[in-house]
Design a binder for this molecule. Sequence first.
Ligand SMILES: [Zn+2]
Length: 469
Amino acid sequence: MDIRFVINARANTLGGQFRAWLRPRGWLTAPDNLPASLRPVLAAALRGDRWLVVDNGNFADIDSVVDAAQAPLDTAVRVVSDLQAMLGRTVRRADLPNAARSDLAAAMEALQRAATITYARADTRLAAQLALPASHLIGVEDITLATALRGGLTDQTLPWSRTQVRARNQRTVRRATTLRAALAPARRLTYYPVASALNYDHAADAGRLFAAAGLDRAAIGCGAYMADDSYADGYQLGRRWISLPDRLPNRYLRTALVVRGFIDGYRAVVGQAPTGLHLLGLGAPIMLAVTARAAVGVSALSFDATSPIKDAVQATLYTNEPAYLKIRTWKIADRLLTNLRAKWTCPCPPCRAFTAAHPFEYEAARTTWPPGQDVTIDALRPGGLLYPLFPLLCEPAGGPLRVEVSTARMAHNHWVLQGICRHLQLAATNDALDAKLATIIRHYRSAAGATRFADAIELAGRIGSGQLR
Ligand SMILES: [Zn+2]
């Protein structure tokens, strides 16, 4: 298994220093997002065995489709949330009264209408994508289900049956087959149509369809799953509702269920995993491990996300030691103050370069900080007590230090994700992904404590490993 996190190609990630620090093994761009001035820089960054995932750019359409369907969506989502409040548990398909069903159907109709425009553009998008030297072309995609989730619907409140969702994926597969057949033979090996699913069953059906059509490369849009803040007390598996003892965050469960479902469905038809799988919008450290386990047997597995860039600016750093986590900077500051032997010892080149120029002043910070007081982000802002003492964690309002801080953190976050991919790849090569995932989840649990997030991750890990109930 070759496992890579591909980095969003932008002016700041294509910079010489960033590339020297990280030596990225892959990049992602979309034709609309790559200014002409960056094309030669990207070409240079691609020398050697490096992947270029050329996205279809559809993710940007999701919010506008949701906006276009706002009025019927508001009605439908309100009806469902009232019902949920009344029942005191997750609303399931069978709970929906007829009036709610027709509100949901109206919302879905509006979403579908708006999403059709994106779907219809697949061939012109592909023509633009072909101008770039892609190793992966993210292909035709039906974003309707992603917009439904984004708009507040779930697989349970979706007014489409499993058969209807399957028909949508069948339509995508037919279109993908046509578009792919028109490509030069070498390019066909780079074509990654996007499967569409909100639960295990949808994904398993999609996997079967892809396999039956000989589409041995696929992408799954995980961005909408990971942006979902909802909780559920169970999940659908075939005709069964698997009840959970607590309400758990859907983002981890759905991501694990869909990736595992797709691979299971695919494998059921051809006896092996697809050659290539790209997971769009997935950059949460722990979920790389969960989904890599689910995708075991895939030759080329890749991930992309803008989250390591956004998180860097929004005071969040990633770690892989002692656990795969995203940690807020003030929590790190708190630990550095209360644990007298703690230091920020990240060995990554950006952290080393930044802290050499702007060192942590541990002693001064511990002497200055009022004992027992919790650190908040205000302490790291200009004028805050820790602002001059913990520069990597601080929040300059602007100027060169802001750029330096954000760049170092952004590079650090990517460095962590690259390291995770390397570890997972090594474990996969040694046929030891199960043991690796178990260790990763144990460490996550001991760092995160007894939280619903840890419960969800543990369950997602089991799902990724194929223990579905
Ligand atoms: Zn670092």
